[in-house]
Design a protein around this ligand. Structure first.
Ligand SMILES: Nc1cnc(-c2cc(N)nc3[nH]ccc23)cn1
Length: 286
């Protein structure tokens, strides 16, 4: 169920860092269309040679993304297997991961953040309707295709990346490190259900409205585990309506978490209320 890309059709450029058991590089792939050679900029995600046993999960994650297509889901062109290298070839998204972008940017407006949150909610709604759980929703996995320029009145555009290798294979330390994005029930079952993505959405909302700061970043794995054992909540944002939505998503009982439709409805109401606050008081909520 994958398009196989020949290794000789790939060109490797600079390394861009690494994920869980993977290395990523910028690159390009060449295609022949009616005899004309086209070169497309791509992101090359290589599975570490010493984690070859994860290759099924590595490709399973990618095939999840290539079976369905949606404007806010990352496009996976295919895979390339060459000697001991397992390579996933993805579309290259210009401005990279949202967490780094938010950390670097100073003047990102509330409406910009709400717009991004709504796009993520739409992507999750699309997956929910297909009964597909992603399992790794976080700002690091949101890629910024368009920055959006307030003066030109155009808005940001994000793409949700593939979930990567399933946590069942990543081991306990990686799962603990993913607190508070990973839903509490996953620590016991290592099974990803739709409700897990709602919990992660809450955590990602917190990141977006805290300028890319990682929630609970100062805690070590044991303290992170205790955060769940004590049924703790993230520090509330000052904007109470948004803080309420985060609390709803991060309910410890999965069945109490809101549907994507409810999440979208609440985000829409926030956008209008944000507009009212702006025009009523001339100031933005923090
Ligand atoms: N599918 C993807 C994934 N990551 C990127 C990307 C873009 C960029 N400008 N800097 C980066 N630094 C690390 C990754 C990355 C692009 N496309």
């Amino acid at each position: 169920q994958f398009h196989m890309i020949k290794h000789e059709d790939l060109t490797w450029r600079e390394s861009l860092g690494q994920g869980s058991f993977t290395h990523i590089s910028r690159g390009s792939k060449t295609d022949q269309w009616d005899g004309v050679t086209h070169s497309t900029e791509v992101l090359l995600k290589v599975l570490d040679a010493n984690h070859k046993n994860c290759w099924e999960s590595f490709f399973e994650a990618a095939s999840l993304m290539s079976q369905i297509s949606h404007k806010h889901l990352l496009l996976v062109y295919g895979i390339s297997v060459h000697k001991s290298k397992n390579i996933m070839v993805q579309e290259f998204v210009k401005h990279g991961a949202l967490d780094l972008y938010l950390k670097r940017s100073t003047s990102v407006s509330v409406s910009w953040k709400l717009d991004v949150a709504k796009q993520l909610a739409c992507a999750l709604n699309f997956l929910e309707e297909k009964n597909i759980a992603h399992g790794n929703i976080c700002a690091k996995n949101l890629l910024l295709a368009r920055e959006g320029d307030p003066s030109a009145d155009n808005s940001p555009f994000i793409k949700l990346s593939d979930p990567g290798i399933s946590m069942a294979l990543l081991g306990k330390d990686v799962v603990l490190d993913r607190i508070p994005w990973v839903a509490p029930e996953v620590l016991d079952t290592l099974e990803i259900e739709l409700e897990c993505d709602k919990w992660s959405f809450g955590s990602t909302l917190w990141e977006i409205f805290n300028n890319g700061e990682a929630p609970l970043q100062g805690l070590d794995p044991i303290q992170k585990q205790q955060f769940y054992e004590h049924f703790s909540n993230l520090p509330a944002l000052e904007w109470t309506e948004l803080a309420d939505l985060i609390i709803q998503c991060m309910q410890y009982q999965p069945e109490l978490r809101p549907s994507c439709r409810s999440i979208i409805r609440q985000l829409n109401s926030l956008i209008t209320s944000d507009y009212e606050i702006l025009h009523a008081t001339g100031t933005h909520p923090k």
